[in-house]
Design a protein around this ligand. Structure first.
Ligand SMILES: NC(=O)c1ccc[n+]([C@@H]2O[C@H](COP(=O)([O-])OP(=O)(O)OC[C@H]3O[C@@H](n4cnc5c(N)ncnc54)[C@H](OP(=O)(O)O)[C@@H]3O)[C@@H](O)[C@H]2O)c1
Length: 268
């Protein structure tokens, strides 16, 4: 995910390789980031005592390790972060209070739930701010995330639900696209044709829901309204919808989102 963010920041132009430092564990990942052009790649800075140099090289520090690896990273960084830093965690389920306790009182922190379509500039991220972070921090996080998709400021209480909808959500959409393509193949389409049609249909339908106002702001249309416009009486679409309703698809999606949100809450 961290690499996806770096790629997104670079491809969208919101950052430049010369302004980025990264710390990773393996030489394979270090090589991958160097190939992206990241100028300063620290290898195992946390264990090798390089956290001071890492912190000195950055004003905004993104933490992209797994939640269980975070305590070690926070402990290594804590002596070296100060008022000049904004620390942004993308770890699922890890609370702002945990970040603040690990880094020390007064450190400006933010918690972000990104998702992988960020890699192609189509991310859906939500962020919440710690008690010491201010409007300028919000604007900075917003600008960085907006460069690689949509960014929404939410109350931290919403973060587990955000994880269930958008953090884990790309997987649900991939399953839907795969299943639609399978149906197309079953109905006689070549695999590549079915997959392309299914993926573009999902992307196009999402664009219809999202819309866009004159100033670039979201102009949401209720999906039920759009769905009703597609289903003509006695037609093909309503026949398909009846099958989906009989299969309990809506309930399955709702339970999936809730399961992910509950898992996120349990990880905190
Ligand atoms: N995957 C998603 O779709 C998604 C979505 C939203 C949020 N997240 C969050 O993003 C975080 C990362 O998830 P992921 O799936 O990207 O995990 P991942 O592929 O395992 O990536 C973790 C990265 O952290 C590095 N790392 C681990 N320990 C380190 C240490 N002590 N010092 C420096 N670097 C260290 C790893 O380096 P090496 O590769 O060299 O070991 C690796 O590059 C998680 O907290 C997750 O909750 C993920």
């Amino acid at each position: 995910m961290g690499e996806a963010m770096i790629r997104g920041f670079l491809e969208s132009g919101v950052s430049h390789p010369s302004r980025l430092s990264a710390s990773v564990r393996s030489s394979a990942r270090a090589t991958a980031l160097s190939r992206l052009g990241v100028t300063r790649v620290f290898q195992d800075a946390v264990k090798s005592g390089g956290a001071a140099a890492l912190a000195a090289s950055a004003r905004v520090i993104f933490l992209g390790v797994k939640p269980q690896g975070l305590p070690e990273v926070l402990a290594a960084l804590a002596p070296h972060v100060g008022p000049q830093h904004l620390v942004v965690s993308i770890a699922a389920g890890v609370r702002l209070a945990t970040l603040e306790a690990g880094l020390g009182a007064g450190v400006r922190v933010a918690r972000v739930m990104p998702n992988t379509p960020m890699l192609v500039g189509q991310g859906a991220s939500a962020y919440a701010l710690g008690s010491a972070a201010g409007e300028r921090d919000a604007a900075l996080v917003h600008a960085l995330l907006s460069g690689v998709g949509m960014a929404l400021h939410v109350d931290e209480r919403c973060m587990d639900a955000v994880t269930g909808v958008s953090g884990s959500g790309p997987a649900y959409a991939y399953m839907m696209i795969e299943a639609m393509a399978d149906g197309g193949v079953q109905a006689g389409l070549p695999r590549a044709t079915a997959l392309a049609l299914a993926a573009k249909t999902v992307a196009g339908a999402a664009a219809m829901v999202l819309g866009e106002g004159a100033d670039g702001a979201l102009d949401l249309t209720h999906p039920g309204v759009l769905k009703d416009r597609v289903g003509s009486p006695g037609g093909t679409t309503i026949a398909a919808i009846a099958e989906l309703e009989n299969s309990g698809v809506r309930g399955a999606f709702m339970r999936a989102v809730r399961a992910a949100a509950e898992r996120s809450a349990a990880m905190g």
